[in-house]
Design a binder for this molecule. Sequence first.
Ligand SMILES: CC(C)(COP(=O)(O)OP(=O)(O)OC[C@H]1O[C@@H](n2cnc3c(N)ncnc32)[C@H](O)[C@@H]1OP(=O)(O)O)[C@@H](O)C(=O)NCCC(=O)NCCS
Length: 169
Amino acid sequence: MNAPSRVELRAAEPRDHSAIAVLGVESFARFGDYRRSMSQWLGNPGIATFLAEQDGVMQGFAMIALLQTEAAPEACVLAVCVQSSAQGRGVGRLLLGHALERLGREGAEHGATEVFADVADDNTAALALFGGVGFLDRGPSGATYPGGQAARRLTRPLPHSDSDTIRPC
Ligand SMILES: CC(C)(COP(=O)(O)OP(=O)(O)OC[C@H]1O[C@@H](n2cnc3c(N)ncnc32)[C@H](O)[C@@H]1OP(=O)(O)O)[C@@H](O)C(=O)NCCC(=O)NCCS
């Protein structure tokens, strides 16, 4: 029997957008209707999207951004989504590890020292995923998802900012 091929990461291209939107809308359905948000995020040049692929089949994607708020430059992980058939095999951790490496590199120029993600309070898989790579739960962000869940703000230092390192995937 052939060994399973590696999961590869690559930048999303316009030809990937519809598959990414379908996965995002499905994955976030219990939090609300994300059709419009997915379309806006994919069309926003300030948001970088990359995907995990195995044998040419998308296993999941992540979206990241560097923001300039009034308070300070910030880095954000907007989304990490893995196909349900591919979950539990380390793809989410691989995507999030790459997101942190990239934000660490690009955030230094931007002046950001911290990365945040907002996660629904009942999203145990995501809370564990982010917690496993050093994010701390800072409590309610103040926002509520249309599905009724309260958002929690998770943060961690960017990898460059305090000689912190990302755990290998
Ligand atoms: C959250 C999500 C991205 C995790 O992806 P995944 O590929 O299954 O995660 P991994 O296999 O890389 O697991 C990494 C860690 O996440 C945590 N985790 C993943 N699935 C979990 C589950 N069902 N329950 C509890 N913890 C879980 C564990 O800590 C795991 O580490 P371990 O395997 O050493 O225990 C996936 O469940 C998903 O796409 N959910 C829907 C979209 C979403 O809610 N995204 C997050 C908000 S943007």
